[in-house]
Design a protein around this ligand. Structure first.
Ligand code: CIR
Length: 256
């Protein structure tokens, strides 16, 4: 689906204390992270997208991963309820921003005991796949399903066990094509897709199809070659500093 707008949030200095399941990769280099974030914005702009840049928020080390605090579509927006305690209140700052794009009536909320993070939600046309993960629970998906039904969208829950978020390992490109890695290669829920398996470069499953070009993380040549073979131009963007916090390309923006 074509994308007109993107919301991003500048990384804060406290990002070096962000959550990570890969401490062996080391702490992010803040200056490099800022430069990579800037390149991400420029990549989006080069594809015809209008980028709204939110200021850094030092209270929340992981707040640059703005994808997790909302799920957006052309008809509505859903403010999530992040399952990570240190990230839960990040949602407060996104509400006034969403109000610039959606009416108050079309902005909804996931509430406790439901939890949901945007990284667990993948849109394919009028269907949302929602990962049942450590961050997103069944009640969160139930609430999300009810909200989205009102707008004519369907939700399919996908249990996951190996990765942080659904989109850590599976991403929809276009034309029924799905990039899959790890546990998503064999999942029944994705049986009808035209799947491309990421060969031993699992991190590169988190790519973004933006208006006919695929933005992919820099440094994954096998994946880059595969995507070129699928027929799309590619735009590599270095995300090495965000990877140290389990973050990838999709995590850094809300796209609509
Ligand atoms: C976290 O653990 O919440 C952050 N360090 C990474 C969030 C990545 N977001 C995403 O996959 N959507």
């Amino acid at each position: 689906m074509n994308c007109k707008n993107v919301i991003v949030k500048i990384p804060c200095k406290a990002m070096v204390q962000g959550i990570t399941s890969h401490p062996e990769l080391g702490k992010p280099d803040y200056v490099r992270a800022l430069a990579q974030h800037d390149a991400y914005i420029k990549a989006m702009e080069s594809l015809g997208v209008k980028v709204r840049v939110l200021p850094a928020d030092e209270s929340y080390p992981d707040s640059c991963f703005v994808e997790d605090v909302a799920v957006v579509s052309e008809k509505c927006a859903v403010v999530t309820n992040p399952g990570a305690p240190s990230r839960n209140a990040e949602t407060r700052a996104i509400i006034p921003v969403l109000e610039d794009f959606w009416t108050k009536e079309s902005i909804h909320r996931i509430s406790a005991p439901g939890t949901l993070e945007g990284g667990d939600v993948m849109r394919v046309e009028n269907t949302f796949y929602a990962g049942l993960s450590e961050r997103t629970n069944a009640e969160g998906i139930r609430q999300f399903t009810v909200i989205m039904e009102r707008y004519g969208y369907k939700t399919i829950a996908v249990p996951l066990t190996e990765v942080l978020h659904l989109k850590t390992g599976v991403n929809y490109l276009d034309g029924n094509k799905l990039l899959v890695a790890g546990e998503f290669i064999t999942k029944q829920e994705f049986a009808s897709f035209d799947k491309t398996v990421i060969p031993r470069e699992d991190y590169a499953a988190n790519c973004l199809w933006i208006n006919g070009t695929v933005i992919l993380p820099a440094g994954f040549p096998k994946t880059e070659a595969i995507i070129r073979r699928l027929g799309w131009p590619v735009l590599p963007v270095d995300t090495s500093e965000f990877r140290k916090l389990d973050g990838g390309l999709s995590c850094l923006s809300l796209r609509f």
